[in-house]
Ligand binder design. Structure first.
Ligand SMILES: [Zn+2]
Length: 62
């Protein structure tokens, strides 16, 4: 998945690619260039989230 560096739209497509380099064009804002934002990973949540132990440092105030 590639995104436009200008407007962030994913409606960007490869116009030309080869020995001269890649050329992308955004149909959202009209950006044209070789630089695009590549997003390869999807939304990942809940990875490496250790259990928070709150209250184990409780102060007995009465
Ligand atoms: Zn754009």
């Amino acid at each position: 998945m590639i995104c436009c560096p200008v407007c962030g739209s994913t409606g960007i497509y490869l116009v030309a690619g080869g020995y001269t380099g890649m050329l992308y064009r955004c149909k959202q804002c009209g950006y044209e260039g070789a630089f695009v934002i590549e997003e390869d990973q999807g939304p990942e949540e809940g990875a490496g989230d250790v259990t928070t132990e709150q209250g184990k440092d409780k102060v007995g105030s009465s």
